[in-house]
Design a protein around this ligand. Structure first.
Ligand code: ADP
Ligand code: MG
Length: 254
């Protein structure tokens, strides 16, 4: 059981207060939706957790470890995976090859053993192939392993990107607007997949998403940001019927 704590986090960009004193927690095995109008600070918060943006004040902790003092690569090494809005994959390589590349980044054998093809490298290669196979199975992509990324539907590319995160042995997964560009069938499939990842791997999931039916059916809890401030944190039904949450969204429409 691990806990990700966002503690009194503020982020200033020049005169813009993108986040003001935001505090909430996310435990492994829970799925939290981060919602709020455009410009509320949602992406900035994900950036703070993944180490891309350093808080101006406050901190992010994984259990006792302070993540907000580490560079992004070290944050990833602590088991925080991030799926971006637009997957960055090598278009001319296959699904399997793209995932093997992700593995190699985390394998950690040196140049010398690579040149000499030492036994530990062969073992590492076999382990990588096995892990890729397992992740492909999890994603329901085993039949697409040999397909080139450029011939893959957009929804499948997003799954491959998620696969890259899974190969990093993550404990928490951050997703920024994962269903943008997906059709209804792909959305339903992604929701089932995220629920299964929580069930089978005990992942904690933090998802930024505009689609209210999607978040309320997926998440245990919703956190609402408005102009950088946390204005609600609770069960989806309670949060979505709270007057100040409705007012914040109505304000956006008006
Ligand atoms: P959301 O994802 O909720 O739409 P963002 O986190 O992207 O909101 O942005 C929050 C606020 O911070 C906005 O006013 C945005 O213009 C500003 N902002 C975000 N990133 C930067 C940046 N790198 N430099 C300056 N301002 C930024
Ligand atoms: Mg955003």
């Amino acid at each position: 059981m691990a806990r990700l704590s966002i503690e009194e986090v503020s982020v200033d960009f020049g005169g813009i207060h993108a986040l003001r004193d935001v505090t909430f927690e996310l435990e492994s095995g829970s799925i939290v939706g981060l919602i709020g109008p455009n410009g509320a600070g949602k992406s900035t918060l994900l950036n703070c957790v993944s180490g891309i943006t350093r808080p101006s004040r406050g901190r992010v902790r994984l259990d006792e470890k302070v993540l907000s003092e580490l560079p992004p690569a070290s944050v990833a090494g602590c088991g925080i995976g991030r799926v971006f809005q637009h997957p960055e994959l090598v278009a001319d390589l296959s699904v399997q090859e793209n995932l093997l590349i992700a593995c190699h980044r985390s394998l950690g054998y040196g140049l010398v053993s690579e040149l000499l093809k030492l036994p530990n490298m062969w073992k590492a290669e076999r382990d990588a192939a096995r892990r890729v196979e397992e992740v492909l199975g999890r994603l329901g992509l085993s039949d697409s392993a040999e397909l080139t990324i450029r011939n893959l539907p957009y929804g499948h590319r997003k799954l491959v990107d998620l696969g890259r995160a899974l190969l990093m042995d993550i404990r928490f997964l951050l997703l920024d607007e994962p269903i943008a560009g997906l059709n209804d069938a792909e959305v339903a499939k992604l929701r089932d997949l995220l629920l299964r990842l929580r069930e089978e791997l005990g992942l904690g999931i933090l998802v930024v998403e505009h689609n209210m039916p999607f978040v309320s059916r997926l998440c245990d809890r919703l956190v609402v940001l408005d102009l950088g401030r946390l204005i609600a944190n609770g069960a989806p039904a309670d949060v979505l019927s709270a007057p100040k949450v409705m007012a914040s969204y109505l304000g956006e429409d008006a």
